[in-house]
Design a binder for this molecule. Structure first.
Ligand code: ADP
Ligand code: MG
Length: 248
């Protein structure tokens, strides 16, 4: 299998505290990888390191054969890596369509913009993206009318509009109703194969619905990798979750 995302010896410290410590992680193209672990395990920091929000102190991150660790954030985004943050970054005053247009324009140069013959093909594409996250009925509605769940789905569509291949989702089902969580799982499942996805998630019910391989982090490093069944049976995993409400 061609190497796609390959993390080796990754580390960062905050005031001497090793938030991520000698982390090794490989994800294949089109794979959906779940990243779980108790609070403070370093999951969010790992996504921060991959997308360039935080600069690693040690190690390497190769994406499609290219070293991307320590590149500026915009270059990492341009390389095809998109990150959805826990706090939404949609423009609430703009419509769903306008939000998608803004995200789409971010990744194309002014030159391509000038050369483009018409906007209808692009508009078709954006409508398809809205349909993909079940927001067709809201295409011309301001983002401010969207529910919490719908806003999260719009965020995912924005990553697709900006042509991200590797999508990093940090707790995408947080604060969602049961029904919204189901729909988010469905969106993740439909992205599989076409995109490479890393999902950080607390909700094991959600993880069960989408997981292929699950990586478990503990104290900044990889504790184990396996299927949901394998990690649920593992004594070390059970121990790090002891006393937590995760219910592995
Ligand atoms: N910018 C920062 N400054 C200081 N400490 C941080 C910073 N970011 C994260 N940490 C610490 O690193 C550890 C890992 O955090 P995080 O990656 O958010 O964990 P998780 O997402 O797995 O819950 C935590 O102990 C957290 O307090
Ligand atoms: Mg986190």
């Amino acid at each position: 299998m061609t190497e796609h995302l390959h993390i080796e010896g990754l580390g960062v410290e905050f005031n001497g505290f090793k938030a991520v410590n000698d982390l090794n992680l490989s994800v294949a193209q089109g794979e959906l990888r779940c990243l779980i672990g108790p609070n403070g395990a370093g999951k969010t920091t790992t996504l921060d390191l991959i997308c360039g929000k935080t600069r690693p102190m040690h190690g390497s991150i190769r994406y499609r054969g290219r070293e991307i660790a320590r590149l500026p954030e915009f270059q990492i985004a341009r390389a095809g890596i998109g990150r959805k943050f826990q706090v939404p970054s949609v423009f609430r005053q703009l419509t769903v369509r306008e939000n998608l247009e803004v995200a789409h324009c971010k990744h194309i140069s002014v030159y391509t913009n000038i050369l483009r013959s018409g906007r209808s093909a692009e508009s078709d594409g954006l409508e398809k993206l809205a349909a993909f996250v079940d927001l067709s009925d809201y295409f011309e509605a301001p983002a401010s009318v969207l529910s919490h769940g719908q806003t999260q789905w719009l965020e995912i569509a924005l990553l697709l509009a900006q042509d991200s291949e590797l999508i990093l989702l940090d707790e995408p089902a947080a604060g969602m109703t049961h029904q919204e969580t189901q729909k988010t799982a469905d969106i993740c499942n439909r992205l599989k194969g076409k995109h490479t996805i890393i999902v950080v998630e607390h909700d094991m019910g959600f993880v069960r619905q989408i997981a292929q391989v699950v990586s478990v982090m503990h104290q900044g490093t990889l504790l184990m990798e396996g299927t949901v069944e394998e990690i649920s049976r593992d004594q070390r995993v059970r121990e790090v979750y002891l006393g937590s409400t995760l219910g592995i």
